[in-house]
Design a protein around this ligand. Structure first.
Ligand SMILES: [Zn+2]
Length: 340
């Protein structure tokens, strides 16, 4: 049926204007804009899951799994081995679930949420997983730590990864760490953090690499190196699942079916927003031709009654005006403030 109309909306709560109906790529590994949108929505779901589990009186644990890695590793190779390894944790008689039951029959795992992450540091790429594991109340984090470490060592060996150390390979912490993690999940703190050195000690995230390319002043990551690393990362993570809910967990918690990355990125921006104007495809073409996408949002925030006449002006002027012209008689409203 052709392209749908684009809407200029304004959030009731934030008093900020935005477009709705534009295409979102939904590529959480390569696009910081879609990633921020998707992770904000997923973060809310993580927090909800923790609240629901707490209400049910479940035990909540926070598991971190890593393995030794070096600067010479091939990221695609270690990533696929790691995927194989954590798959082994939940299958067969050596699964964490079965091994836990064997050691302590009254303990039970209800499910888990697993997040895949990567940073880059002195020892090259560092792919790792964090898990929020839900159990019955009787299961203690200490016992889970023992079972997870044993299973993780076995899984890494079978997957062809170097053996994880007792100190760094596996951590199981109590639910407060899970809550802390869920609260910050997906928030790119490097973008806002003034103390870059501290952020770098923990390794650069992929968006940190992009920032190095943009700023061009990092001694360890000059643009050429950062570009190369980002491309390696991008190829390795393409199509990988960032967040995985174990089968049946959402149903146990009473949560609806999960939306995929694309659906989440495309979802309407703000439930409590109202539409100020509807833009046809022809009008949008004129706005783009005049590079007025930002200006329209500024007007929507400051003087919404003018939107229609300003857009019509763009349509009239874009016909014979040059591609970068603002159009005659259109007032200029300035750029977006630095707070955006
Ligand atoms: Zn995108």
């Amino acid at each position: 049926g052709g392209l749908r109309d684009i809407e200029v909306c304004k959030s009731d709560k934030l008093q900020k204007a935005f477009y709705q109906g534009l295409y979102a790529c939904g590529d959480i590994w390569n696009c910081p804009i879609c990633a921020a949108k998707v992770s904000e929505r997923r973060r809310n779901e993580l927090k909800t899951a923790l609240v629901l589990a707490k209400d049910k009186g479940w035990g909540i644990h926070f598991v971190t799994l890593t393995f030794p890695h070096g600067a010479g590793d091939d990221l695609t190779d270690i990533l696929s081995k790691m995927t194989k390894a954590y798959g082994k944790l939940s299958s067969g008689k050596y699964s964490v679930k079965e091994q836990l039951k064997k050691l302590s029959p009254e303990s039970e795992i209800f499910g888990f949420i697993r997040a895949l992450e990567v940073t880059h540091g002195e020892n090259g790429f560092h792919p790792h997983v964090h898990m929020i594991v839900f159990t019955n109340k009787e299961t203690e984090s200490g016992l889970l730590d023992f079972v997870y470490y044993r299973a993780w060592v076995r899984a890494c060996r079978l997957a062809g990864l170097p053996e994880p150390s007792r100190l760094h390979g596996c951590h199981v912490q109590d639910g407060s760490f899970a809550a802390d993690y869920a609260g910050k999940w997906g928030i790119e703190d490097e973008m806002t953090k003034a103390n870059q050195k501290q952020a770098k000690n923990k390794g650069l995230t992929p968006w940190g690499l992009l920032r190095c390319i943009l700023d061009g002043d990092d001694l360890d990551y000059p643009p050429k190196r950062a570009i190369g690393l980002f491309l390696v990362y991008s190829a390795a993570f393409k199509g990988k699942r960032q967040l995985y809910w174990s089968n049946g967990l959402r149903k146990l918690l009473g949560l609806q079916k999960e939306l995929n990355d694309q659906e989440l990125a495309q979802k309407a921006d703000d439930e409590a927003a109202y539409t100020l104007a509807t833009i046809t495809v022809e009008q949008w073409k004129a706005i783009r031709k005049c590079k007025a996408e930002v200006m329209i949002l500024n007007i929507a925030e400051s003087n919404p009654l003018l939107i229609t006449s300003v857009i019509n002006n763009f349509v009239l002027s874009s016909g014979d005006a040059g591609p970068h012209s603002m159009g005659e008689g259109v007032p200029f409203y300035g750029g977006r403030g630095p707070t955006r």
